[in-house]
Design a protein around this ligand. Structure first.
Ligand SMILES: O=C(O)[C@@H](O)C(=O)CO
Ligand SMILES: [Mg+2]
Length: 255
């Protein structure tokens, strides 16, 4: 049975995080994930997770100054990047969250790659108990972002050589950048730590647009993927009014 995780960076983003967790539970999600939870008391977040029984799958490192999108690939920002990696690891452990997405930032070239690899090495060795994720983003939403493709991410993971470093495969970003998602999922499955979904190109509910998630989900099942898929779409209006794509048992995507 396909399970879904509510990305609370977008869904119920108007609610305090503990209440968003409760709303996701009431709506029938199996898990939650977030972007930047740091303004919320970790004890209150943990209490909401315990109360609902939902696992928190992931959170992100902070992005840096306004206009930045992460620090880990910025060659001259190593100490700040590590402060943010430490902060994310600490928060993840405090709430029992299994993954930290280390955000690369806007940078290109060999020095950026070396900085990113060094910071990923730091994150992976500092937190062997957690999964460290890296996520390719599309060049419309994040022009100039260091990581823009699944093969690039796979090569970095190979070179880093850490078993707890994995790819966040966001179907929305990768359909825009690369397409060929069926084969890319097959090829990269062993190093994928989390999969996210949304319609393309409007980043809405996953029941319309150029991607047919019925196909992707049944293919993932055939490949043996059983972890929750992250619903990371931008609701138009109140989140509760956007959940028609979730139907009762199995939460099958409705078309
Ligand atoms: O796809 C996204 O935008 C997120 O998964 C993220 O973590 C970067 O903002
Ligand atoms: Mg994503």
């Amino acid at each position: 049975m396909t399970r879904f995780s509510a990305n609370l960076g977008f869904l119920w983003a108007d609610l305090p995080l503990p209440d968003a967790i409760r709303a996701a539970h009431a709506a029938g999600f199996d898990a939650v994930e977030c972007h930047w939870p740091y303004d919320h008391d970790p004890a209150a977040v943990r209490a909401a997770l315990d109360e609902t029984g939902l696992p928190m799958l992931g959170l992100n490192t902070l992005r840096g100054q306004p206009g930045e999108n992460g620090l880990a690939a910025l060659p001259d920002r190593r100490s700040e990047a590590r402060v943010e990696i430490d902060r994310a690891i600490r928060y993840a452990r405090a709430i029992g969250c299994g993954s930290v997405h280390v955000m690369a930032g806007f940078a290109q070239g060999r020095e950026a790659e070396a900085a990113f690899l060094a910071n990923l090495d730091y994150a992976c060795t500092t937190a062997p108990d957690l999964t460290i994720l890296i996520e390719p983003l599309n060049h419309y939403d994040a022009p100039g972002y260091f990581l823009q493709g699944s093969d690039q991410a796979a090569e970095l993971i190979r070179r880093a050589g850490h078993g707890n470093l994995r790819m966040m495969f966001d179907c929305y970003h990768l359909q825009i950048m690369e397409g060929d998602l069926t084969r890319r999922l097959e090829r990269h499955l062993p190093i994928i730590g989390h999969i996210q979904i949304a319609s393309v190109p409007d980043r809405g509910t996953p029941d319309h647009g150029e991607l047919d998630y019925r196909h992707i989900i049944s293919h993932l099942k055939a490949l043996g993927w059983s972890r929750p898929l992250g619903a990371e779409y931008r609701p138009v209006g109140p989140t509760d009014a956007t959940l028609d794509w979730l139907v009762d048992e199995g939460l099958a995507i409705r078309y």
